[in-house]
Ligand binder design. Sequence first.
Ligand code: CO
Length: 212
Amino acid sequence: MEAYKRLLLNNQAWVQDRLALRPDFFTATSGTQKPAFLWIGCSDSRVPAEEVTGVEPGELFVHRNVANLVVHTDFNMLSVVQYAVEVLKVKHIIVCGHYGCGGVRAAMSRQHLGLINKWLRHIKDTYRLHATELDAIPDEAQRYDRLIELNVFEQVHHLAELSFVQLAWKREQRPTIHGWIYDLRTGFLKQIAKVDPGHLPHDIFVYDFPDA
Ligand code: CO
């Protein structure tokens, strides 16, 4: 059997399992979605958002890219966040990085990788911002783990710099922004950052909303 056919067969079994547990599963959930969480994670195949958090279809709005970056010129990510904040009205945004992230590892190297260099350059910027701390870590594995954490920390702050996040904070006191790390070696999630509504970033990123 060709490998991809297993996926289609799995899908048929999954539908049967779902219907056995709840006969109206698809009719009940196909009309609309009201997820409370936006998940911004890495594209890595070993970090399946719903599975590691134990949630059902309909609970997570998901955006994934290489190394879970929030880049302010990425219209894909911006569109996802704006829709999640303004239309779905999510209560929480979770940025989840993971130890063993290949994107962060590549950014730590001097390898020339073509187009993806442009994307990974944002992680090199994070390294430069925290170079004093990172360069003082002699063990390369520990420095790698720490850059993975600092990368999540920076993306959390990038979210707080978005005008539509600040507007939602002002009008509706949501969303809370979380930074988590998934440990591939243990399966556990670890919280490393939490920014509550109204906890504005540096003054230079704060917007005035005269009509808000
Ligand atoms: Co990764």
